[in-house]
Design a protein around this ligand. Sequence first.
Ligand code: CTP
Length: 405
Amino acid sequence: MLEEKKILLGVTGGIAAYKAVTLTSRLVQAGAQVRVIMTEAATKLVSPLLFKEISTHQVAVGMWGGNDEFNVEHVAVGRWCDLVVVAPATANIISKMANGLADDLLSTTLLACDKPKIICPAMNTNMLNNPATARNLATLRQDGVVIMPSAAGHLACGINGSGRLPEPEDILAFIDGYLASLHGDLKGMKILVTAGGTREAIDPVRFIGNRSSGKMGYAIARDAARRGAQVILVSGPTALEPPRNVVVHQVETTQEMLDAVLSAYDQVDAVIKAAAVADYKPHHQAEQKIKKQDDNLVLTLDKNPDILKLLGQRKKHQILVGFAAETQNLLENAAAKVKKKNLDMIVANDVTMQGAGFSTDTNVVKLLYPDGKIESLGLMTKEEVGNHILDIVREKVAAKRQEKA
Ligand code: CTP
């Protein structure tokens, strides 16, 4: 999303100003053009020369600095850019922005610029929590300024708390996510993805689980967010890093997954149910670890709710995509699930095939539709399969919206 984007980076005088150097470098590496305006205070902490070398452009500081690159600097640079990022944003610049003050080049430029703005507040915890700062941030939010939440951790004042400037990689991902929400082909869509396998406890140390790695669902969630969708990921336990710019709900049991999915169902345009759900749970969960005794141990299992079937019964505007991992009679079994669960599409794969299945990075799937149409995709990465599914979901959501209009 950052390729060819023109970014005006405002750097103010917080201790974390040094991180803005790395941020500039990452933005440039991602293909953005970056122009930097520093406040006087920021120049006491980091040399403008560093920003100039990395951005390959003059760095502007004062109102009357005579920068050849812009005619009337505060107007020209604001007109030139696609997006403004202020990182770090001190309590002072936040207060100036909220109150429309223009007493230096950065604040004047921000006032004159009508392009989207992201600010990354960074300051001591008490300053951040001060009602005045909270008020100013609320005002900015109301004015349409996007505020990246500050991180928690060790602060320059010696305490641990919130107010840390997030790491440059995280700021980069936040900017990327924001641009995707403006320009991505899934912008304006809300997609719920489930991933991983659910677990049902037998006793405090054992559970019934399955081989799902979560890779397919995580790939879909990551790509949907990259393409600008608002994504909710309901995930069973996995070893995977949560994708950036995605709201993640971690669950363990089928019932927890059902509750999390139902609580979001009314607001979403599509549900992609990649999770491998435990169909049964032990009738009794032993409170203490079960001791080894007889040669045989019989567990009585109770049926869990079928989440997707319930969603199919309650379907209004939503597009429903299911997954069917089968070991035999793939097409027959998958087609029956499309009907039984009232789906718009099912992604069927024979998990016994080479390159398909649980822990692989690739998959071989067939897509089945309610009208009986079948589409076979060859061996693809899970990322490619995910993007193909998202292309179809985008078309189906658009068609559904048109139908309603
Ligand atoms: N699914 C679900 N809730 C369940 C079982 C399955 O939501 N209790 C969803 C899965 O997330 C998947 C689809 O239904 O998208 C098909 O899952 P699968 O396990 O293949 O099918 P089942 O309906 O469980 O049928 P069977 O186990 O008999 O194959």
